[in-house]
Write a protein that binds this ligand. Sequence first.
Ligand SMILES: *C1O[C@H](CO)[C@@H](O)[C@H](O)[C@H]1NC(C)=O
Ligand SMILES: *[C@@H]1O[C@H](CO)[C@@H](O)[C@H](O)[C@H]1NC(C)=O
Ligand SMILES: [Zn+2]
Length: 380
Amino acid sequence: MVFLSSLIVGVVQLMKVLGRFNRARAARLTLPHFTCQTPLFMPVGTQGTIKGLTTDQLEEIGCQIILGNTYHLELRPGSQLIDDLGGLHKFMNWKRALLTDSGGFQMVSLLHLADITEEGVTFQSPVDGKPMLLTPEESIHIQNNIGADIIMALDDVVKTTITGPRIEEAMYRTLRWIDRCIAAHKKPDVQNLFGIVQGGLDPVLRDICVKGLVERNLPGYAIGGLAGGEDKDSFWRVVAQCTAGLPEDKPRYVMGVGYPLDIVVCSALGADMYDCVYPTRTARFGTALVPEGVLKLKQNAMATDERPIDPTCPCMVCKNYTRAYLHCLVTKDAMGSQLLSYHNLSFMMRLSRDLHMSILEGRFPEFVRGFLRMQVCLVP
Ligand SMILES: *C1O[C@H](CO)[C@@H](O)[C@H](O)[C@H]1NC(C)=O
Ligand SMILES: *[C@@H]1O[C@H](CO)[C@@H](O)[C@H](O)[C@H]1NC(C)=O
Ligand SMILES: [Zn+2]
């Protein structure tokens, strides 16, 4: 079985660009478990679930790939157990594509005591407080156990708002670590290892990192270290520079992005993949994505509003429920946030399809203009 799938993966090119408009691309991404279309959005399933939605519902709204957090999966239930039970696809009953992150970003952002050395990321176990070490080898080992279609290299993450020699150190270390990741990767036939471009906001460092990674001829590349509080101009400049330097026939993933507007702009700049925590971030639910920006269902005006969240949305929630009903649920019942997540993700999936089709059909500029015209009314 493994032999057969490795044969298939061996002959099928990972990415085929089906259409372009200037730098924007609509492509087909042939992954071991599913063939996806780009631009591609990946909802984040922290513990192997997307909050409140079943895998059937995810398929129903057109979700093609889910991002799993290695750090959370390793803590619970543990990657060894996932491997013993047949891999994450089987464990969570998801037949389509999966991507796992390296676990490094989560550690650095969640654990105050994380410390980065040449060996790896040292941190205090949140379970028993013991010091632990995540090396590039260990990250790949864990991700090999989890079995996602795409796995991410461990990189040395720094916030873009930091300046000085630390940015340069992190970029060169990321390049040294990619070789350790490649050497440790046991399943290159069924899992695609992506490298991550670092270098902060410095064009010279970004350029060195892009060239260094491209030399390694990886299946795909991510642009990392963004969406961390830098201004929009710097953000778009870095994305534009990196996409211009990365190979035409390989997928480009902008990590930690994001908002619908950012996704539209990054797609225009030649990026293909995004992870979107934003549409399912349930901390302060009661907000829904609509073409104009966001709709706040908690507002009193919603209490008697008989319209759906978004009259132009064909999703199950907008077909069946009024704003008034959702207003009543949002602060009181788990189903409120579940229905909103369903609509929010449907919205993103529809945006993904619209981008893909508008590029294929040569009407990408019209689509972007229409999108921007709607958004300006209600930007949060
Ligand atoms: C809601 O509407 C859909 C049509 O999108 C329909 O198929 C479905 O049965 C309805 N669901 C509920 C719970 O009413
Ligand atoms: C829906 O999306 C909005 C905007 O991204 C976000 O603020 C909100 O938390 C999301 N709601 C749910 C329930 O996922
Ligand atoms: Zn909807």
